[in-house]
Design a protein around this ligand. Structure first.
Ligand code: ADP
Ligand code: ZN
Length: 609
């Protein structure tokens, strides 16, 4: 006989089995225990508190800082037949009163609430009443890393949530986050008084994301080729460093016929909301954005995240790329970078007014990211290693696994480059240094009499582009650094010495030809697309199913994925259920959705035949 938890999983959520640690978490909470859950984005955290909230008597209270998201989360739960509501500042007074009334009458299974609302004296005493009456099922503290002062998302109110433990010791608490690092985890435990909580830590691997990092040749051309060959109809995010570049890139894409929108903190709130809404509610919209965009975007079918500029750290890269493929279907993380990016990123870090210690930390983080960019081994492994986790083997999916990188003994070239930096006085930029190595008699070379140097013209065995790759890798490896006092000229670091003395070899990656459009062959691309969408995009039935989904979504004012996820729609396409019973067996079709939409989708299947 299925357990009560399995029954809800199947009947309400429409899923056949739990994922990873979900079942253990659900059982632990159902039995009244506290939990700290660390799972990557897309790992299925919401199930960990939604299901126990339904299982236990009373209302489950979910604390979330993401006001903009509550509406969609509540809409999605209502679609499942769950009695859900939210309370935050976006709600009109009479709607808030209604929700509050329903809460106090025990009519809600789940209530989402913003922390500042929860912490008011009035609300806390209402919760005490509720506890004595219809009951409190649990407290879920979502985005728990917001207690950490060191993260980007620090919310002071989060630190006051210990009041839950003090005033409601009998109500189980579950804190959840996708931020994995040990210091943050320790801070969560301490700040939320979760010392007694059981910790559930999932792997942070995102096996469905294909990581690709390539040298920048012509970034726009490279981006366009990537979009055309791999994501012609898909929703995705393109990250840029500056607002200006966001604007320019979005305008350029639009001109090229893409449905692209800008998003950054400099746009007024109305425009930002409008663009975000279109991205969420429509299909195939590309958001060009600064990192201001993303926190709390839980659109499941973001098919790619592209970086036209370097993120600031591995943490940033992981978080930003992690917004792709929450639904578990294949997705791409794609990035181009060049020496210029490295230099300007360093400059940005150096020129900030953070204290020196902080700057040093940020430089180290950037260096780790650069090391990742230049790595010649499996990217999934490299990411997990950074976060202190072992990966069982090569993923067989990333650029480096699919097309092993050629390396070459660049010791001699590195020595030439480093001594050229040294002999020119450690204050020139890479363009001039390459001119000297190639023996070009430019005006600048003559001005500084650099044709007299022993390094003048010694590098003619390599091309301009190859030298540029050598310098980029030497900077990335920390043998050279940019000198802010010399307008970004390069100078040696301590790590350069053993190389110059011939005590250390330098192996460099052979840069891929910049003309090459993609690391993946056509056949490979086709099979990957097939694996995901079974040629769906050319299938008229697929388009009709999507149109039906969009129609239903519009009618109800919800995003299409709230009706059915892509994965569910794909299964409908592939299995062609002929009856409500067959449709009900498909993953993601629970009883409420079956009753509401079953006939509409069966109708579509019948019409097409
Ligand atoms: P997170 O909050 O950890 O990023 P979500 O809770 O949004 O992840 O879940 C990610 C996706 O996985 C959602 O589309 C959700 O419906 C789906 N999902 C969660 N649990 C299961 C399960 N047991 N079986 C199938 N799909 C699931
Ligand atoms: Zn790999």
């Amino acid at each position: 006989m299925p357990s009560a938890a399995h029954k809800i999983l199947h009947d309400t959520f429409g899923y056949a089995s739990f994922r990873g640690e979900q079942q253990a978490v659900v059982e632990h909470l159902a039995a009244g225990g506290d939990a700290l859950v660390l799972m990557p984005t897309g790992g299925g955290k919401s199930m960990c508190y939604q299901l126990p909230a339904l299982l236990r008597p009373g209302t489950g209270i979910v604390i979330s800082p993401l006001i903009a998201l509550m509406q969609d989360q509540v809409d999605a739960l209502k679609q499942l037949g769950v009695k859900a509501a939210f309370l935050n500042s976006s709600l009109a007074a009479d709607s808030a009163r209604e929700v509050f009334g329903n809460l106090m009458r025990g009519k809600l299974d789940i209530l989402y609430v913003a922390p500042e609302r929860l912490l008011t004296a009035g609300f806390l005493s209402a919760l005490e009443q509720l506890q004595d009456g219809p009951g409190l099922a649990l407290f879920a503290i979502d985005e728990a890393h917001c207690v950490s002062q060191w993260g980007h998302d620090f919310r002071p109110e989060y630190r006051e949530l210990t009041v839950l433990h003090q005033r409601f010791p009998a109500v189980p608490r579950i804190a959840l986050t996708a931020t994995a690092d040990a210091p943050t985890r320790r801070e969560i435990v301490e700040r939320l008084a979760l010392e007694q909580a059981r910790q559930f830590v999932a792997s942070f691997d995102r096996p469905n994301i294909r990581y690709r990092v390539m040298q920048k040749a012509n970034a726009r051309q490279q981006l366009q080729a990537f979009l055309e060959t791999e994501h012609a109809d898909d929703a995705g995010i393109i990250y840029c460093l500056s607002r200006k570049k966001v604007e320019e890139t979005a305008a350029w894409l639009k001109e090229k016929g893409w449905d692209a929108l800008p998003y950054h903190a400099g746009l007024d709130a109305a425009t930002r909301n409008k663009n975000q809404r279109r991205f969420l509610r429509e299909e195939g919209v590309i958001m060009v954005a600064t990192v201001a965009f993303g926190m709390g975007i839980d659109k499941p079918n973001v098919r790619f995240v592209a970086h036209l500029d370097l993120p600031k750290s591995m943490e940033g890269y992981y978080q930003e790329t992690g917004r792709a493929g929450r639904d578990g279907l294949p997705a791409d993380a794609w990035m181009t970078f060049g020496l210029g990016d490295v230099v300007s990123m360093r400059r940005l870090l150096d020129s900030g007014d953070a204290p020196e210690e902080r700057k040093r930390l940020e430089r180290q983080k950037l260096d780790a990211l650069l090391g990742f960019c230049e790595t010649t081994t499996c990217r999934h492994q490299a990411i997990l290693r950074y976060f202190g986790e072992e990966h069982p083997g090569d993923c067989g999916q990333c650029d480096n696994c699919l097309e092993p990188v050629d390396t070459w003994d660049g010791t001699q070239a590195a020595q030439m480059a480093l001594s050229c930096v040294y002999r020119t006085g450690q204050r020139f930029g890479v363009v001039h240094l390459i001119d000297v190595l190639l023996g070009k008699a430019t005006a600048k070379v003559e001005q500084f009499s650099h044709q007299q140097l022993s390094t003048f013209g010694i590098g003619q065995a390599l091309s301009q582009a190859q030298w540029s790759g050598v310098f980029r890798q030497l900077v990335a490896a920390g043998l050279l650094e940019t000198d802010m006092d010399a307008f970004g000229g390069l100078r040696l670091t301590d790590h350069a010495r053993p190389v110059l003395r011939g005590e250390q070899e330098v192996w460099l990656r052979r840069d891929a030809e910049p003309v090459k459009k993609s690391h993946i062959s056509k056949a490979e691309r086709a099979s990957r697309a097939k694996e995901a969408f079974a040629g769906a995009n050319e299938n008229p039935l697929w388009l009709t199913l999507k149109a039906k989904r969009m129609e239903l979504a519009r009618e109800q004012g919800v995003p299409p994925y709230v009706i059915f996820h892509d994965s569910t729609l794909l299964e409908i396409l592939n299995r062609r259920p002929a009856s409500l019973t067959e449709l009900g067996e498909i993953s993601g079709v629970g009883q409420a959705k079956l009753a509401k939409y079953g006939d509409a989708f069966l109708g579509v299947l019948e019409d097409i035949g």
